[in-house]
Design a protein. Structure first.
Length: 108
């Protein structure tokens, strides 16, 4: 009976290890109404924005989360978002743009 209880407890712990919360961001520029929406956790994520009035979604190839920054990469776009100020810098093939990113409570 003790072995069964031990297996049960370990299986609950094992199932909970891989879960991580998704983070939802809304990023925009001061002079534009259009927003870019970003969803990620520590393993995968995507960005979503309008092109000709239709939302397109693009998956990130790599995600790196450090103490100060979140780096989200997909060719040719690379995001670097400051975790404290919300300033997001996007590098697209050598050209850079700044965005103000805010955390969302809900899925958009």
């Amino acid at each position: 009976m003790k072995k069964l209880l031990g297996i049960l407890v370990l299986s609950f712990l094992w199932c909970n290890v891989g879960l991580s919360d998704e983070i939802y961001l809304s990023c925009g520029q001061d002079n534009k109404k259009e927003k870019i929406y970003i969803v990620f956790n520590d393993k995968n994520g995507f960005e979503k924005y309008k092109i000709k009035n239709v939302y397109k979604q693009y998956n990130f190839e790599s995600i790196n989360i450090t103490q100060y920054y979140v780096e989200l990469k997909r060719s040719p776009r690379n995001w670097k978002i400051n975790r404290y100020t919300g300033l997001g810098i996007v590098d697209v093939a050598g050209d850079t743009w700044e965005y103000n990113c805010e955390r969302l409570d809900k899925i958009f």
